[in-house]
Design a protein around this ligand. Sequence first.
Ligand SMILES: Nc1nc2c(ncn2[C@@H]2O[C@H](COP(=O)(O)OP(=O)(O)O)[C@@H](O)[C@H]2O)c(=O)[nH]1
Ligand SMILES: [Mg+2]
Length: 407
Amino acid sequence: MTRSQKIQSIIEARKPMAELAAQADASLYEIEGQIRKFKNFIPIFSKNLSPEVVANLNALNPTIDHLLSRLSTEKGNIAQLKYRFSRPTLNIGVVGRAKQGKSTLLKALSGLDDDVIPTGVNFCTGAASSLSNVDNLKAGDAIADIEFHTEATFLRDVISPYWRQQLDLGVPEPRSLEEFRRMVLPDKPGEKCSEGNVGGQLLDELRDIQQHLPEFQAYLRGGSERGVPRNSIREFVAQRAKGEKVRLHRWRAVKRANIQCSFPVQDVGRISFVDTPGLGQIAIGLEDYVRETLGGDIDFALFIRRAETGNQTIDDDIRLYDLVAKSINEIPLEQWSSYIINRSQDVAGQLGTLRQNIEGNRHIAFQGGVRELDARNDEEARRELESLLDFLRRSFRSWTRIFTPNE
Ligand SMILES: Nc1nc2c(ncn2[C@@H]2O[C@H](COP(=O)(O)OP(=O)(O)O)[C@@H](O)[C@H]2O)c(=O)[nH]1
Ligand SMILES: [Mg+2]
């Protein structure tokens, strides 16, 4: 079976689940309607009933409201599943801290170059982007739709998180962009800052955003710019221009880039990769995206971390895992993730400890396995994609259990 056939078979295998989700959605809608009807009848029939019965019926109201609110949450979850299962592409996302080789791995898997998937020594990916393989472009070509923040979403998603971090800045959170632009930020975090050294880094980053606001402010108009050609994509998504010397700032205004490309790698079929900037102390606003949206955007998460000498603690991995897990309620993250240790020649001996720490931790689990590869080795990366597809083909079959837990 060719790779694109495998991908197609995964996409087909989940269509019945989209149908089950639609049926579940219809049932919930019906139940909700009946409960509302009952609630509305109480005052109408009360006229003919004894005060005691009326009091008993009215006492049911809080329970009814609670039920209705639970139903509404449940409907939201089901809608997310329906969307996920009826998607015409297989979406694979990379998650990890900055500089772990996320973009490098996606480059190897797709065959795309740095114009479309920027990588670099200096925090290169700025904005989250999805890269979809289409067949109406020349191999290697790409064209992007860039979605921008409005002033309001920029304040909410990018600026506000800095005030949620207890930096004790001594200035109130800005209510408008103009207020942010004119605000005098302190030289260092206040005494009540509970973030330690990180507090100073965060404040520097906030100051950096403020200083460079003139370079991207004009883009904070919402909507999207369509048809951005291949050679301009980097200006919207990367933190550095090619060669990594010149800093770029437009990515700050970008909510997301949707890039259509023709992957130079043969036979990848209807696949989409989602590249995310590094999560960690920096780029805190991105955490909201990961927690709220990522589970809807991707079918499978590849956690990736570079093997390094020294520190093999996994606190950050656990934090990231929890964040991604929250983005979808119905399917445990364990079922749609694997952990990749990005190995390089120089630290081969260190892998054991990291692997033990990951595999030995009860809080995190990866049914796709804990795997080792060199993200810069195209052959190895592509072999990994092959085993991932085989895993997905096996595992999607068992997912119908979400809707029929007793079988
Ligand atoms: N030595 C070494 N460098 C790597 C490895 N993987 C990626 N890099 C380099 O590390 C830098 C960061 O990689 P990138 O893919 O941009 O990381 P991302 O921030 O996770 O997307 C780049 O300069 C890569 O060439 C690896 O396994 N070993
Ligand atoms: Mg990157």
